[in-house]
Design a protein around this ligand. Structure first.
Ligand SMILES: Cc1ncc(COP(=O)(O)O)c(C=O)c1O
Length: 320
């Protein structure tokens, strides 16, 4: 593997600054899912924590570095989970957090950002417009801009999931990772490639939000028009060049899945695993559903990376 921006010793050290509530999450074989998927399946469960997603791992590292440097205010753009996590991590460190999100973001996520004491600003456009506005606020107010996936701490924090996956010699052949900005895929991918190089690292995005996957295949940044997916956590249009560079070094493949498969994955996780997950967290299961032959007889692990849903929308998807 070539040199990524990540570093194994920094990832190991990050465990010391991340609140234990986000660490050592359940990793288990979920046999009830297997008949429907035709392969062995393990789950790494990242939803049972105060912000209901893996993003707390990264924001704990971000917030601890900011606090150590005497930074008192920060702003980030978010589809909802990063903002919620930064609000949580900032609250414990007396950091004033501003979150910029799309007006169309998941209401449950926006409500939790406010409830955690962050200032929330909504923009009329999508996540890319929120990114622009957050940068503008940082410039005007002279506060720190936290950029998910670009700021290495967000990747380092997410990478601690990888340490937990390979802690014992892994019995699985492939890890399926939801791909958005890329913090999780580059972080986990880096650790897996360093410590368990035989395990295939497969990133998964929706067909309706394919920018990073297309970029990976073309080995250059490809931007797209408006996204069209229920998987709000991964719906970016403008990949970050540095993150793509890392992804090219650690990912073995990047695949796109249909919305129907994401919904089928959410339904399977509810019915066979008892898990309420948001669409982004069902991408790995969707990838198996769409390519059973590829995974037949193999053992895959998928990261169940978030569970923040609006109940009515969730009900509409899963029970329709
Ligand atoms: C639930 C969920 N899954 C996946 C992702 C994508 O992660 P990343 O942006 O690190 O690629 C996010 C991003 O916020 C998310 O909230």
């Amino acid at each position: 593997m070539g040199e990524t921006r990540l570093d194994l010793s920094r990832i190991q050290a990050a465990r010391q600054v991340i609140d234990p509530v986000f660490l050592d999450t359940p990793l288990y074989r979920c046999e009830a899912l297997e008949p429907g998927l035709g392969c062995s399946v393990s789950i790494k469960l990242e939803t049972a924590n105060p912000v209901r997603s893996f993003k707390g791992r990264g924001t704990e590292v971000v917030a601890s570095v900011l606090a150590d440097n005497g930074v008192r205010a920060a702003v980030c753009a978010s589809a909802g989970n990063l903002g919620q996590a930064l609000a949580w991590s900032g609250r414990g460190r007396r950091l004033d957090v501003t979150v910029v999100a799309s007006r169309h973001a998941t209401v449950a996520k926006l409500d939790r950002i406010r409830a955690l004491g962050a200032r929330l600003e909504l923009v009329d456009g999508d996540h890319e417009q929120a990114r622009e506005r957050a940068a503008e606020i940082a410039r005007h107010e002279g506060i720190r801009l936290v950029e998910d996936s670009l700021d290495i701490e967000t990747c380092t924090g997410a990478a601690t999931i990888g340490l937990e996956l390979v802690r014992t010699p892994p019995s699985f052949d492939a890890v399926l990772i939801a791909l958005g900005g890329g913090a999780m895929a580059t972080g986990v991918g880096h650790v897996v490639k360093e410590l368990a190089p035989g395990v295939e690292v497969i990133c998964v995005q929706p067909l309706g939000a394919p920018a990073m996957t297309r970029s990976w295949h073309e080995r250059r940044v490809v931007t797209t028009g408006p996204t069209n997916t229920i998987a709000d956590g991964v719906a970016g249009r403008r990949p970050i060049p540095e993150v793509l560079g890392d992804l090219l070094l650690v990912a073995d493949d990047a695949v796109l899945v249909r919305e129907e498969s994401i919904i089928a994955g959410m339904r399977m996780l509810l019915e066979h695993a008892g898990l309420v997950v948001e669409p982004s967290a069902a991408l790995g299961i969707a990838a198996v559903l769409e390519d059973r032959d590829r995974f037949a007889g193999r053992h895959v692990v998928t990261i169940i990376c978030g569970g923040n849903v609006d109940p009515a929308a969730y009900h509409g998807w899963v029970h329709a």
